[in-house]
Design a protein around this ligand. Structure first.
Ligand SMILES: Nc1ncnc2c1ncn2[C@@H]1O[C@H](COP(=O)(O)OP(=O)(O)O)[C@@H](O)[C@H]1O
Ligand SMILES: [Mg+2]
Length: 351
C-alpha cells in the first residue's frame, strides 16, 4: 500500500470519526496552551537567574535544561502538566520521577508500517474514539497493546503516533526508575503510574518493557514472566480506557501466556524492499533527489527502518556540505556501503 494511502486511511474515517482527529489549528491551540502553563515556571527561573551575579551562575546550559525539564514535566512542583494532569508526577521510593509527560509530534504519515499494523492502529484509534458507543453495549476498546519486533522498526514511533493522532499526551514510563530488585517495590511503582495515568486521558508507553526484568543479575525467563505478570494484573484492574502500549525488542523472552493477556499484539519486522523504497521517499521528502528507487532499495536491503533513515541523513548531510543540488542513486549507495562497513567493523554484520 502506498504511504499516502496508508496515511489517508489512518487520518480519515467515517463522519463521526473525523471530528475527533486533531486539526492543525487545534494542535497549535493546545501547544500554545501547554506553553502558557509552562511559562510562569520558566520566567521565575529566569528572574532568579538575573538577580544572581554572573560569576555565581554556573552550568548555564545544564541549569536551563533542568528548568525546561521541570517546566515541561512539572516534577518538583504542583504545576499543571498538560491536558488535565495536575500535581506532581509519580515518583519512585527513591524520589525519581516514574514518568515523563510529552507531547508527541510524529504522525502516521511519517511511518511505513505493514498493511496489517496500519489496519490495527486504525481500528484501535477508532475504538478509543468511539468508546462511549462501545460502552453502551458493555464493550471496551482494545487498549492493552504489545508491539514486538527487532530494534529500529518503528515501535516507539508507533506509540507516539497513536498519541498524536488522538491528540493526547504521551505518558512515557521511566523503566529504569520503576525497576527494583524487590518485586513488591516494582509493583508499587507500577501502581503509582497507573493511578496517575487514570486521572486524565493519555497514552501510556512502557517502552522496551523487557527492561523490567533486565536489572536483575539472575534475569531470565522466569523473572521476566513474574514482572510482566504483575504489570498485566494491574492493567486488568485498571479502570481507565486509556491506551497502554508496551514495546519489546525481545519477544522471545515472552511466553504465550503473557502474549494472550494483551488485547492486541502488533508484530514488527525488518522492511521489505518495497517498504524501504517508501521509507526513502519519506525521509528525503524535504530534499531534491533523482534516484532509481529499485536500485536504492536493493542496496539497502537488510537494513532496519532506523538504519535506512540514518543512511538517508548521511547522504543529505554530505550533499549539503558538498554543495550538490540533488541526491543521486550513487550518493545513497555510497552512504549505504559506508554504513554497512562501519556496522560490520563494529562486529554487527548486516549480512
Ligand atoms: N516504520 C518506520 N517508519 C519510518 N521511520 C521509522 C520506522 N521505524 C523506525 N523509524 C525511524 O527509526 C528511528 C527509530 O525508530 P523507533 O520507533 O525508535 O524504533 P524501535 O522502537 O522499533 O526500536 C526513528 O528515528 C524513526 O524515525
Ligand atoms: Mg524503541
Amino acid at each position: 500500500m502506498a504511504v499516502r494511502e496508508q496515511a489517508e486511511m489512518l487520518w480519515m474515517d467515517e463522519g463521526e470519526d473525523q471530528t475527533g482527529f486533531m486539526t492543525a489549528v487545534e494542535r497549535s491551540r493546545r501547544r500554545r496552551q501547554l506553553e502558557a502553563t509552562q511559562r510562569p515556571a520558566l520566567e521565575q527561573e529566569r528572574s532568579t537567574r538575573r538577580e544572581q551575579p554572573a560569576h555565581q551562575r554556573s552550568g548555564t546550559r545544564d541549569d536551563l535544561a533542568a528548568a525546561l525539564e521541570r517546566a515541561a514535566t512539572g516534577h518538583g512542583g504542583a504545576r499543571p502538566l498538560s491536558s488535565g494532569f495536575t500535581g506532581p508526577l509519580p515518583a519512585s521510593d527513591e524520589d525519581v520521577p516514574l514518568v515523563h509527560v510529552v507531547e508527541a509530534r510524529v504522525t502516521f504519515e511519517d511511518l511505513v508500517l505493514t498493511a496489517e499494523n496500519t489496519t490495527l492502529c486504525r481500528e484501535i484509534i477508532r475504538e478509543y474514539r468511539n468508546r462511549g458507543r462501545l460502552a453502551a453495549y458493555g464493550l471496551r476498546p482494545r487498549r492493552r497493546l504489545l508491539l514486538a519486533g527487532p530494534s529500529g522498526t518503528g515501535k516507539t514511533r508507533t506509540a507516539e503516533a497513536l498519541a498524536s493522532s488522538l491528540g493526547l499526551p504521551l505518558v512515557r514510563v521511566n523503566l529504569s526508575a520503576v525497576v527494583s530488585s524487590y518485586l513488591g517495590q516494582t509493583a508499587r511503582h507500577l501502581e503509582r503510574i497507573l493511578d496517575f495515568a487514570s486521572r486524565s486521558q493519555c497514552v501510556v508507553s512502557f517502552d522496551e518493557f523487557d527492561m523490567l526484568a533486565a536489572s536483575r543479575d539472575d534475569s531470565d525467563h522466569g523473572e521476566m514472566r513474574r514482572v510482566a505478570t504483575v504489570l498485566l494484573q494491574q492493567l486488568e484492574n485498571y479502570a481507565s480506557d486509556n491506551l497502554v502500549v508496551a514495546t519489546t525488542n525481545h519477544a522471545d523472552l515472552l511466553d504465550e501466556a503473557i502474549w494472550r493477556r494483551f488485547d492486541e499484539v502488533l508484530i514488527y519486522r525488518m522492511p521489505t524492499q518495497k517498504q524501504i523504497a517508501q521509507l526513502v521517499k519519506i525521509k528525503l521528502r524535504r530534499f531534491e533527489y533523482k534516484i532509481n528507487q529499485e536500485q536504492v532499495a536493493q542496496t539497502m536491503s537488510g537494513l532496519s527502518h532506523a538504519q535506512v533513515e540514518a543512511v538517508c541523513l548521511d547522504a543529505m548531510r554530505a550533499a549539503v556540505l558538498s554543495g550538490a543540488e540533488l541526491l543521486t542513486t550513487e550518493d545513497l549507495q555510497s552512504s549505504t556501503a559506508a554504513r554497512k562497513k562501519r556496522f560490520r567493523e563494529a562486529g554487527k554484520s548486516l549480512g
